[in-house]
Each structure stands twice: as C-alpha cells, then as structure tokens.
Design a protein around this ligand. Structure first.
Ligand code: ADP
Length: 533
C-alpha cells in the first residue's frame, strides 16, 4: 500500500514538473507570438498597402521590383509577392496568428530552419511574404525609415495620426533640441541615419529616432524587446518544489506508516489473547479516531469476556452447593430404612432441583438482557400492572402490611414482560428484607414517572449502593437462607432500567428506615412538548 502511495507521489511529481515545463514553454510561445505580431504587423501592413497602391499607380514591373529590393534591404528580410493565392504552399493558406482588429488576416509561420515567415494579403488574391532570421534592430530601423517615408509622401498630405496604425509602438514628432541624446547620437542623427537609444537600466528597451529635417525628429518608442522567462530560474523553482513535495509527503506518509504499524501491533497482540493491549495514539486525524474506536471496541470485548468469565465462575460456584446436597441426599436414600426417610430425602432433593432451576432461569434471563441492544416498547398504562404485582406478592408475605400510593400516571413506553420482571424483583426484595411494612409509591410529574419501593428492613450501607447492581453480588448478611438469592435480581433490574433509558437510585427510606429504590422514567415527548410551549 505504501509502495503505491510513494509511486503515486513520484508520478505526480513527474506530472507536476512536466506541467510546469509545458506551461513555461506555452507562456513563452504565446508571448513570443504576440511580440512577433507587435514588431512585424505595422511594417507588414505598411508594405502591403504600398504594393496595393502601386497597382493603381501603373508602375512598371521594374519599378515595383526596385521598391521590393530597397525595402528588403532596409528591413533585412527576403520579400516575395504572390499574385495568386493558389500558388501558396498549402499550410500557408491556414492562418496561424490572425490580427483580429485588422481587416486582413496576418499570418506568422515558423519555417523549417527556425526562420520567421510573415504572410499578408495585399490585393485581391495576392499575398506578400517576407522571411526573417530573427527580429532584430534592423527591422525596427527599416520600419522607422518606411514610416518616415510615408509621412513625407509627395502625392498626399500625411499626418502622424495617419501612420500611427502602421506601428504598434507609439510614434511622436519632437523638436531636435528636446532630445535627451549624447553628442555622438546627435551627430549621427544629423547625418540622417536612424539612432537607436537603449534604456540605461533595461537593455531590452529602446527608442528609435529619425531626422525629418527642419529640426524635427520622428520618434518610435519605447520599444520593449522580447524577454523569455529565465529558464534556470524555472528549473530551480521546479527542483525546489519537487524537494518540498518529496519531503512533506514522505514525512506525512512516514507518520501514516507509524500509525498503521501501531494499530497492526495492537491488533496482533489482542488477537493472540492479550486483552489489555491498546493503541497509543493521541492525535485527531481519521487514523487516531479509528485507533480510538478500536481501543473502545477492545475495552468492550475485554469487559464482556471478563464479566462472562465472572458469571461462569459464579454459576459453577452456585451449582456446587445444591449439587453436593443432592449427592448427599442420594447417599442417604441408599441407606434409607423407612418410607419417612425416603420422603424426607426426595423432598429435599426436589427443593434443590427447583433452586437449580431458578438459578438457571435467572442466569439465562440475565444473559439475554445483557446481550439485548434494544427493547420493543409499547406505551402502556402501568398503574394496573403495579397493583397486580403487589397483589401477587402480598399473598406470599401475609405477615407484611403493604401500602400502595398509586397515583394515576401517564401511559409510558415499556416492554411489558421486562417491566413486570423489574417490579417483581424490586417488590420481592423489599418483602424479603422488610420487618413489617412495604411502601410502593407511583409519582407523576410533567416530565417523568417515578416508582419508589421502600421497606422497614435493615437497609443497605451506602458503600454497597453501587456494588449491589453487579451480577452475583450479595450483601453478606443476605447469604442466609431466608433472603439469599443468587445476587442476580438487581443486576437484571439494572439492565431492564437501562434498556428503558430510565434511571435507578438506591437510598435509605426516610419514612420507614429501610432501603429505598427509585426508578425514574423520563418522558422525552412530554419534555419536548413543554419546551415548544
Ligand atoms: P438476591 O437475589 O441475592 O437478593 P439482588 O441482586 O436482588 O440479589 O440483591 C443484591 C443484594 O442487595 C442482596 O444481597 C441484598 O442483600 C441486597 N438488597 C436488595 N434489596 C434489598 C432491600 N430492599 N433491603 C436490603 N438489602 C437489599
């Protein structure tokens, strides 16, 4: 799994690096095309318009060719004219970069030997093509000379604004004295040659000047030369990003690996029988939460197994006494000399057998309830059920007086069998321990129904309050035959109470002096209704 994660990281690093390089290449390519268009479109349209104009001027072919030769020299490019579109090489009919703002498609095609080839329609069906090695200062010089020639045309009055659309770079006419040029540049300018003035800090920026005569100078600029993003910087950034990605992701995966191996170790140990084994993770990510859930599950399994072990031990202990008694009675039966002896022994054996039966029945009930996750509850009127239970038990304890304060209560959701079992256990416990009185009260409040069972017996010491609900726990004094059960009665009651999401409390009865057990059922619907009001 971690091998896959690591290879995934390496593949994504590779893809990220490839993406960076492609973006770098694409960005440079786009900027280069835009730069080529800005540098070449003006001069190309100017030449194209001049050739188109020559058509109407009835110039001879020689004159036209001379113009082309001069312009080719000026801009340092090979210029050709194609009169028929069908003569064009096929790929040139498909424009690559179009000057959308112009009415004619302007195409720049990189040629086989790294040259730049510009295609532009001139007149109907005609194209001009000029091919450069690269864009250099000469093109800008030639461009400025052609612009100056256009400005000084004989046949027509041409203003600066008329020629601005032949240049991507700003054009202006300045007075000779206002130029910020050194003396050498000024003298070259007066000799009528184009002066290129480079920016003092940025060598890719420059202005071009051309003497128009009458102390006027035509300025083109600032011209921004093409600058590629420095490739070594891009490589350094990619390497840095890769190193950071590798370090961070390796650290994260290593931490994951540690956590997984901690979980695996714990599960292996637990599987081998070490129920105390736990995962020691304290973070808050998904794996830590998973570890906490596994620890929780281990805790549950451990306590379940421990309690089952305790139940097994207690059950075998409880079985031993009646079985020993049965064995003893059977031996007596063998030696019985009279019918009376036989009857006595069989009577005692029957007694022990029914004790065993009731132990088994309680263990089964306790076990069932312990494994139950939820009860099926039916909303029931509980007052008649309590009355019936009291009646049933009162018959068995004729020496006791029963006081039943059974207020009418709201019907509550109960599991009928379990509820009856709970009542029987609590009332019979009170009866077993009472000297003479048992009080049962049923209280109804807005949000709860409370059942209270009190007696005037010896009561329960406060330090026993918690323990009496444990399975097989008995207070010492009850180990006599009169009251002693198996210590499962209250454990069963507690489980029934829990499954009803009710609460049980034990205390000393203020009125009778013995034990007081209160079971409280909270009616959530009533609570909600009350809150809504
Ligand atoms: P048992 O079936 O042995 O009575 P229970 O689980 O019902 O077991 O009770 C657990 C212990 O709580 C018993 O040992 C008993 O002494 C004590 N007990 C339960 N009810 C009362 C009561 N009403 N008065 C005094 N002691 C009580």
């Amino acid at each position: 799994m971690f091998g896959k994660i690591y290879s995934g990281i390496f593949v994504s690093i590779f893809l990220a690096a490839a993406l960076c390089i492609s973006l770098y290449w694409f960005d440079n390519h786009q900027r280069k095309q835009a730069y080529q268009f800005n540098a070449l479109s003006g001069v190309a349209y100017l030449i194209s318009d001049t050739i188109t104009r020559q058509k109407s001027q009835n110039l001879s072919n020689n004159q036209k060719q001379r113009y082309l030769d001069i312009v080719s020299k000026l801009i340092g490019a090979q210029i050709s004219v194609y009169h028929d579109q069908s003569l064009l090489p096929l790929e040139h009919k498909r424009p690559v970069l179009l000057a959308e703002k112009q009415d004619r498609p302007f195409t720049i095609l990189p040629t086989a030997r790294g040259k730049i080839s510009v295609w532009l329609p001139t007149f109907e069906q005609g194209y001009i093509n000029f091919t450069f090695k690269q864009i250099n200062e000469q093109i800008f010089r030639g461009h400025l000379l052609l612009l100056s020639a256009e400005l000084q045309r004989n046949d027509k009055e041409v203003s600066l604004s008329d020629i601005q659309h032949y240049s991507y770079h700003p054009l202006s006419i300045l007075h000779k004295n206002k130029l910020n040029l050194d003396t050498q540049q000024k003298s070259r300018l007066s000799r009528k040659s184009v002066v290129v003035d480079y920016h003092s800090q940025d060598a890719s920026r420059f202005n071009l000047f051309e003497n128009l005569g009458d102390d006027k100078v035509l300025k083109m600029g600032p011209v921004q030369g093409y600058k590629t993003l420095p490739s070594d910087l891009v490589i350094k950034l990619i390497v840095l990003a890769v190193v950071v990605i590798v370090l961070v992701s390796s650290f994260l995966v290593y931490r994951l690996q540690l956590k997984f191996s901690a979980i695996k170790t714990m599960l292996d140990e637990f599987g081998k029988g070490d129920l105390t084994s736990r995962i020691n993770l304290a973070g808050r990510d998904m794996l830590d939460k998973l570890a906490a859930s596994i620890n929780n599950m281990a805790e549950q399994i451990q306590s379940l197994l421990q309690s089952q072990r305790a139940v097994m031990q207690a059950v075998s202990h409880e079985l031993r006494t009646p079985l020993a008694r049965i064995r003893f009675r059977l031996e007596l039966l063998d030696e019985a000399e009279s019918v009376n002896d036989v009857n006595q022994s069989t009577g005692a054996i029957r007694n022990d057998v029914s004790q065993l039966e009731s132990l088994i029945e309680e263990v089964i009930t306790h076990n069932k309830l312990n494994h139950a996750q939820a009860f099926e509850l039916t909303t029931t009127e509980i007052t008649p059920i309590i009355e019936q239970e009291v009646e049933n038990l009162a018959v068995l304890y004729p020496g006791l007086s029963f006081n039943l304060d059974n207020q009418s209560t709201q019907p509550i959701p109960v599991n009928l069998d379990a509820f009856k079992r709970m009542l029987a256990n609590l009332i019979s416990n009170a009866c077993k321990h009472a000297k003479s009185q048992v009080h049962i009260t049923c209280k109804q409040t807005l949000t709860s129904t409370e059942l209270i069972f009190e007696d005037d017996g010896a009561g329960i010491m406060p330090d026993e309050y918690k323990k009496i609900f444990d399975a097989f726990y008995r207070v010492d004094s009850s180990r006599n035959k009169k009251t002693g059960g198996y210590g499962l009665g209250l454990a069963i009651v507690k489980r029934i109470v829990d499954l009803h999401q009710a609460t049980i409390k034990v205390a000393r009865s203020q009125s009778l002096g013995g034990a007081k057990f209160s079971v409280k059922f909270t009616q959530t619907e009533l609570k909600t209704a009350q809150n809504e009001q």
